[in-house]
Design a protein. Structure first.
Length: 277
């Protein structure tokens, strides 16, 4: 079954002067214009395409990549405003994505950028956007385990941290007091589940509590020791500022890495710092 607004692997049914028709199943054919076809298209071969509707609401395929697809959130710029319909947003395809007036949290302004969710309007079979993002989040209870790795889209800074959208499904929070480097609004970061609250919202951390972070810092410590002839004045008494400047981590994470290296007998703790065995 065709997934409108998403990527599909479809077979070439027949070739024409202006492109090719792809097999959409159940007797449905989808046009892909010539400019998106491989140099030597072959009937029966399969290609990966994004399927959406053109200005006349006909299904059409492209090998171009939109900024977001159905079921995803993203920041898009308003390309134009239609006084009776809504805002048309640039999403990287020739036909702009409509955000109707009734799906706008605040009245949109041309050339401004907004966080929106793309979804398929099943009554019209059209892909539309909505900036009323809350209604698309937390509609099921998260089934993550603690320390599970997730993708978090950072979208707003608050007094206590950064609001994020977790895996395009849930609301999350990254707390400022745990951060060394602050994420940029609009960036997607790798995060880890710290706690799932009763309301289904997720507390996140950017620290890899499974130990990968400690191993990364440990590698930096070993590299520094090799560069300094096998000795460094860094130790568990070093200041947080010195540690952050050299290793880009918190003192807590630095001490975890030291502990890992010491237990692995990869370093020796001395009164003046640390040395290689």
């Amino acid at each position: 079954m065709i997934k409108i607004g998403q990527y599909n692997k479809l077979k070439i049914n027949r070739l024409t002067d202006f492109g090719a028709y792809l097999d959409g199943g159940n007797g449905v054919e989808i046009l892909i214009p010539s400019r998106y076809l491989p140099d030597v298209p072959e009937i029966g071969s399969e290609i990966d395409v994004f399927v959406y509707t053109d200005s006349e609401d006909r299904l059409i395929a492209t090998t171009e990549h939109p900024y977001i697809q159905v079921g995803q959130f993203g920041f898009l710029r308003v390309a134009d405003i239609h006084p009776r319909v809504g805002a048309f947003m640039d999403w990287g395809l020739p036909k702009d994505l409509l955000c109707p007036f009734n799906e706008q949290r605040d009245k949109m302004v041309r050339d401004n950028i907004y966080l929106v969710y793309a979804y398929l309007d099943y009554s019209t079979k059209r892909i539309v956007a909505s900036s009323k993002i809350e209604k698309f989040l937390g509609n099921t209870y998260p089934e993550y385990n603690l320390r599970d790795c997730v993708q978090a889209l950072v979208y707003q800074r608050t007094d206590i941290g950064y609001k994020a959208i977790v895996d395009n499904l849930f609301s999350g929070m990254i707390y400022t007091d745990e951060l060394i480097d602050h994420p940029e609004i609009g960036s997607t970061v790798r995060a880890f589940v710290k706690k799932i609250r009763e309301d289904g919202k997720i507390d996140l951390t950017l620290k890899d509590t499974n130990g990968e972070r400690a191993h990364q810092i440990a590698d930096k410590i070993i590299d520094l020791l090799h560069k300094n002839g096998g000795h460094s004045g860094f130790c568990d008494k070093s200041s947080p500022e010195e540690i952050a400047k050299t290793f880009a981590c918190s003192k807590k994470d630095f001490k975890k890495a030291l502990g890992y290296l010491y237990k692995s007998k990869k370093i020796i703790l001395t009164e003046t710092g640390i040395t290689l065995p």
